[in-house]
Structure formats: structure tokens, C-alpha cells
Design a protein. Sequence first.
Length: 467
Amino acid sequence: MSESAFLRCIRPACATTIGLTEPRYDCPTCGALLDVAYDWNRLQPPGDGRFFDERAGRRSEPLDFSGVWRFRELLPFAPEEAMVTVGEGQTLLQAPDVAAMDLPLKQGRLHLQYEGMNPSGSFKDNGMAAATTMARLLGRRRLACASTGNTSASMALYASLARLADGTPMRGIVFVGAGKIAVGKLSQALDYGALTLQIAGDFDACMRRIREAAERLDLYLMNSVNPFRLEGQKTIIYRILQALKWEVPDWIVVPGGNLGNTSAFGKALVELREFGLISRLPRLAVVNAEGANTLFTLYTDHGLRWNGGDWDSACAERFYEQMSASGRKAATVASAIEIARPVNLPKALRSLEATDGVVTQVSDEQILDDKARVGRCGFGCEPASAAGVAGLRRLLADGTIDKGASVVCILTGHVLKDPDATVRYHTGTETGAASDSPAARAGRLSNKPVPVADDLDAICQLIEAEI
């Protein structure tokens, strides 16, 4: 374990530090979240991003091949022999046809960072590689998470493969809300052997209970409240910049749920500027679904800001109390961001302040329409991924993002994470769906299967008529 790495309270007024051997998720002095911090005077990061380029694609060297550990000098908390990898981070940054996506950007100015190519099919593998490595260093065998789907799939995968230093296998424990997880994601947690508990509640209830269980049973919590999760997720930014030859885009647009990526991206960018690897910061745009818009509401309607660390946590608590009193819960087709009480809210506010960021929200209908557009450009994604593209569309329309800007949208997960949502959109079928629900009718850009008789002439005539 690195002697130059430690945990530090995110509140500058507190700044309590503790060693890595104490598995904490919040500050023992004030209760705020913790960062993984480093003594860079002893670690001196590389002075040029090209240092990492020659490692990319080295299949014979697992740590170099990993899209996380390729950048190990920028997250130096573990010795190389302890690092856990399953080949995560082999992702693509692609410039789609903006005309096909009906976006008023210049061709070549939009890039999609496709995290669906990770082993479990989502961006979560970046963070799990780092958090599982830390669990291994600490000798923690039982890994636990609350999940809307992707976290459980990723954690279960890593737990099924990782071993402690003495060879003892790890075991994953998953809390999911009953009926609150896409079948594609649930199937992964089950197949990878995790103990899966279906709690009678939503994600926020699961999160509350798993933190209580973790304290009582000494479980190692793998949600993004674990600061090592965010260390791994920083590498999404590194890979974007590497693909752009270390040229910084104007905007990075990311879906917002538990706000782990928002938090990790801001930390990564600030550190890179401090190291001199980049000269300026892109602006972050965080996109909520309208049915799970806590950040948007607090940021836009209540004016909640980081304020250099002096953020008004009481404002957030009052908002949560109002939600509880009214019985309001998160509800969106984008299940991966269906979260009402984001645990990384203060870190996300910090990232927004550092990058002069913005927050917006989009409807389920807008999400599903842009999911279809993304699919027609060859990048099948889950609904939450498309929230970023839908948010970009809105920010272009209101003039927040200039039509000549360079933009990267994060596609967080693979299309097969939630195939039911895709089929419903294109066919308009869902048992019991309300008549005014997007799930009860085919989407505006639907591509319905066409019935045809078992007759060659009829089949050929149909194809000729359609194409």
C-alpha cells in the first residue's frame, strides 16, 4: 500500500486526513465525504500525456492493456502486484454523423465515449477495478453494494474473479429494490454468483440499509461513496483526452444519477491541470432525467452551490425531507440514473464549480428518442446513456452550448443492459402501461418489425417497397 496516498475530508475547513488502512467512507471529524489524496511531492506525475500512449493496447501486459491501470501513475495508491484487472477500459471515442443524429453541430465536433464495451457492459468497471484492488489490499472478502443494476453487475463480476493475497475468494452481496432493476442487469448479478437481496423499496432505501449492514457485518461497501470507486472512474477522462491527443474539448456531457462520474471527472480534470498535462478545463454539463432531477432542482431552483466547500447541506436535507413527506420517489425509464438522493452531491457541486458547469434535465420521451438516434449511428446504449445526448440537444437549443463547440458525450452502458426498454420503444408494447406513458406507444423514431406472409413474392415486394 502506498505511503504517499491517504484519505482526506473534502471540506477545506476540515481537511482531516486518515491512512488508507482504515476503511472509511466519511470523515471521522465532520461526517463529510472523503477523497483519495496523494503527496505528489514524493510521487511526481508524468509531465506529458504521451507517457501513457505507448502502453495502450499492449495485450501481453495486463496492467498496460487495462484502460484503468495504464494510468497507474495518476492513481498511485496500490502496488502493481495488488492491482485487479479484467481488461476494463477498452473503450472507443467515436465521431458520429451529426446530421444522422439531427444535431446542429459541425461534423467532427461531437464525440461519443462508448463505455458499453467494458467487460460488464458499463462504465462501472473502471471504478470496480480500483475499489476491488483496495478491498484486496485491506483483506476484505465480502463486497457489498446497493444498485439500480450496473453497479451490481460490475461488482459481482469483479468479486467472482478476484482473490485475496492468500487465495481466498471474494463474494459479492447486492441489494436491489424490488422491481427496480432492468432484467439484463439483474441477470448478470445472478450469473456471477452474487448473493442478491431484493429489498422492498427503491435505491435510496437499499442504500440506507446496506450502509447499516456494512457497519454491522464489516462488509466492504462498493458504491461510489467509496472514494476508490471514483479514482477508477477518473480514467474515463484520461482515455478521452488520450483519444483526442490530449487536446481538451469545450464540453463534456454526462448523465447524472448518483453523481459519481460528475465527481470523478471534476477531480481528474483539476488534477491534470495541476500536473500541467492540460492547460485548461472543459466545462461539465450534467443531465438529470425529469423524474429523478434532484441535482437540477437543487442547483437551479434552490441555488445550491459548492461555495468553496461551504455548501448548504441543510438545503439538501430540507429538500429530502419534503420528498419524504410528499411520498415523492425517483421514476424514470433511465433506471441507471433513477436516484433521488445522490450520495456524491457535494463532490458533484465541487466539480461544477471547478469547471463552470451547468445542469439540465430531459424527459423520458426525449431520452428514448435520442437513444434511437444513437442506435442508428451504430452505438447501442442503455436509456441513461442517451440522457447525455438529449441534454446536449437541449443545451444547444437554448444557446448554452455553441454550435461550433467541441463536445464529448458519455455513453455509460450497453444497449443489452435494458433490452426491454428498446423493444417497448420500437413496438409500443408493455403490459399495464398507462395510456399516456412513453412505454405504452411506439416512439417517434420507432423501427417496428413488419409482419409478412411466408411467401417469397410478398417478402421481395415488401423489401423493394421499403428499401
